[in-house]
Design a protein around this ligand. Structure first.
Ligand code: ATP
Ligand code: MG
Length: 269
């Protein structure tokens, strides 16, 4: 018999969340970074690509309620609040750029902070789940987060976000600054989370690797979408190959036809 009772707002991370964004605008004070953005994240792994300064982090911050936004955002058809704590309660978690761990706290303490909305028994259960999902962290449970390698810290950051049993997990450049092997490991973790039924929306600079693990993708440039489509087709499209993969000649046949350039309007079926 189970002795713990999950909090009612936690759906166990398998809610198959569907996020829809329409006419989104966000920025900093009078400086508007995103305008009229239209996209969606369905169950699976959706990647956001784009050059530095395109507005990728701004998008995730706006969805997480960290900066003000205008427009319509729905989660499974329900309008999403703009308040951070209500967004967390709705089942959305963000692993922000730069991890933002507490370096003087242990791995366990950092993870426990990710479960601040949970009852104590549920937090204990989720912590055990985190260690089961990330066995490398169990070995390091009492290590100070600040003394871990970059890759290990990123793993803690992802595990901490998973503590809230999110239905939609947003990852901002999880592989930033990591060695190729760790990049692969982090992207594999993102894939595994998506395969577990959680909707993952991930910003990534490793275009080729990201498109290899993602289901769908969007390309954001100067605050607007310039392409979107299934990841496999995006990887072969002219817009991605020319700008991001350094291909001299792009396959402009089927891929170009299937991937919509200037696809903001086509993004929502
Ligand atoms: N706190 C802030 N205040 C003012 N402007 C900001 C702030 N954060 C970001 N910006 C600006 O917003 C624009 C988009 O930045 P953002 O961080 O969203 O880009 P990005 O696509 O995530 O880039 P990168 O790949 O370098 O992380 C940039 O012009 C940036 O200078
Ligand atoms: Mg960024």
């Amino acid at each position: 018999m189970m002795w713990w009772r999950p909090d009612p707002f936690v759906l166990g991370g398998s809610g198959r969340a569907h996020l829809k964004v329409q006419g989104l605008a966000a920025g900093y004070g009078p400086f508007l970074v995103l305008r009229e953005l239209q996209l969606e994240a369905r169950p699976g792994l959706t990647v956001i690509l784009g050059p530095n300064g395109a507005g990728k982090s701004t998008l995730l911050k706006a969805l997480a309620g960290l900066i003000p936004r205008r427009g319509w955002v729905t989660l499974d058809g329900d309008e999403l609040s703009e308040k951070t704590h209500e967004i967390v309660r709705a089942g959305i978690a963000l692993v922000a750029e730069g991890r933002q761990l507490f370096p003087q706290m242990t791995v366990t303490e950092n993870l426990e902070l990710g479960g601040w909305l949970l009852s104590r028994p549920e937090r204990v259960r989720r912590l055990e789940q985190a260690f089961a999902d990330f066995p490398k962290l169990r070995e390091r449970a009492q290590q100070l987060a600040g003394t871990m390698s970059g890759g290990e810290q990123q793993m803690v950051a992802v595990a901490r976000a998973m503590m809230s049993a999110p239905r939609l997990l947003m990852l901002d450049e999880p592989s930033l600054g990591l060695a190729p092997k760790m990049v692969d490991e982090l992207l594999a973790i993102a894939r595994r989370i998506a395969d577990a039924g959680i909707t993952v929306l991930m910003v990534e600079q490793n275009v080729k690797k990201a498109l290899a693990v993602a289901d769908r993708g969007y390309v954001l440039e100067r605050g607007a979408l310039v392409a979107s489509g299934p990841a496999r087709l995006l990887a072969r499209s002219a817009v991605v190959r020319e700008a991001y993969l350094g291909a001299a000649a792009a396959d402009t046949t089927s891929a170009a036809a299937a991937v919509s350039r200037q696809a903001a309007r086509a993004a929502i079926a």
